[in-house]
Design a protein around this ligand. Structure first.
Ligand SMILES: [Zn+2]
Length: 347
């Protein structure tokens, strides 16, 4: 999974995966069951992506010449999702993990975590936003082999556009995404009125600079109502942690405890669930937030302090933020307006 690497200048750092596993191993003292996933196959990936995209990824992976027009058409650009040698092979483990995690849940596991997953921007016909293939969608199609209705919940800073669009004509897959508004942030989509063809897309966009109190209240006001209405048999929870106030890519101001409140809320509903990673670009945050999410989604206590065995230069001392956000309620009015629209849709 470390091989999924766009290079040293790129904000997506594979080392965040290793550090998360190190923190979890330190907390759980060897009790962590870590499964090496199998590679996904091209036909499995073809369940949610067009053959043309798979073929172009394979070609660029081998260093074949691909025209600039085709690169652009399939979503590859030098600064955002730059193609690299071995890219196809680098995608197969996280896609395989998405399928295997869902298979474990289909077989009766309450939780399975795909730590390298959460690449929610990839669309059926193109890669996008650091995401070559959409593992979230692969987990969903696999869960659908067992469960009639599957819900996708996305707490990443960015709109989960790829997952929404892949399933937007499927009434048995509901997508809910809370994110910074597309007016100010990539990918520029996910507005409150966007329902999808089947009417099963729900979006709660927040204003830039919205604080964690607004974020968690918005999530708590609408997510349980949607879940109660849709009654999913299984959930895929995308845990991008880039809504944190220190993340360099956006303009939301969540503390760890705000964001973790959403994970706990979903955990408490006791629905079988695949949990995956997602965005997160502050290396001093991602390992502690994902470890905390893993623990909370497993019903385990999140300790106060990062274990002493973790190197100090990783920049983490506590799991939660020690300076809580002041109660500012930035963006509350816009959030409440959006939640009111979503509630009236549910009615
Ligand atoms: Zn993101």
């Amino acid at each position: 999974m470390r091989a999924y690497d766009f290079g040293p200048q790129h904000p997506l750092k594979p080392v965040r995966l290793e550090r998360t596993v190190a923190v979890l191993n330190a907390v759980l003292d060897g009790e962590l069951e870590c499964i090496s996933p199998r590679n996904a196959t091209a036909s499995e990936i073809g369940q949610v992506h067009d053959d043309e995209l798979i073929e172009i990824v394979q070609a660029m992976s081998q260093g074949e010449d691909v025209s600039p027009e085709d690169r652009f058409a399939f979503g590859f650009s030098s600064h955002d999702t730059p193609p690299f040698l071995g890219m196809w092979e680098a995608c197969l483990p996280y896609c395989g993990a998405a399928i295997e995690a869902a298979e474990r849940v289909n077989a009766g596991a309450k939780r399975a975590f795909n730590i390298a997953g959460g690449l929610h921007h990839a669309q059926r016909h193109k890669s996008s936003g650091f995401c070559v293939f959409n593992d979230c969608a692969l987990s969903i199609v696999t869960l659908k082999q067992k469960f009639e209705r599957v819900m996708y919940i996305d707490i990443d800073l960015h709109h989960g556009d790829g997952v929404e669009f892949i399933f937007d004509d499927d009434p048995d897959v509901l997508t809910f995404s809370i994110h910074e508004t597309g007016r100010t942030l990539y990918p520029g989509t996910g507005f409150v009125q966007d329902e999808g063809f089947a009417g099963t897309a729900f979006n709660l966009p927040l204003e830039p600079m919205s604080t964690g109190d607004t974020w968690l209240l918005g999530f708590s006001e609408i997510a349980p109502r949607i879940i109660d209405w849709f009654k999913p048999g299984a959930i895929v929870l995308q845990c991008g942690c880039d809504a944190h106030r220190s993340d360099p890519l956006g303009h939301l101001n969540c503390a760890v405890q705000d964001w973790l409140g959403a994970v706990k809320l979903v955990h408490d509903l006791d629905i079988p669930m695949v949990v995956c990673g997602g965005g997160g670009y502050d290396l001093a945050n991602v390992p502690r937030m994902w470890s905390a999410a893993f623990l909370a989604a497993s019903g385990l206590d999140v300790p106060e302090f990062i274990p002493e065995t973790i190197p100090k230069d990783w920049g983490m001392t506590t799991f939660r933020d020690t300076t809580p956000n002041p109660e500012e309620w930035v963006g509350r009015k816009e959030m409440e307006d959006a939640v009111a629209q979503l509630k009236s849709r549910l009615r």
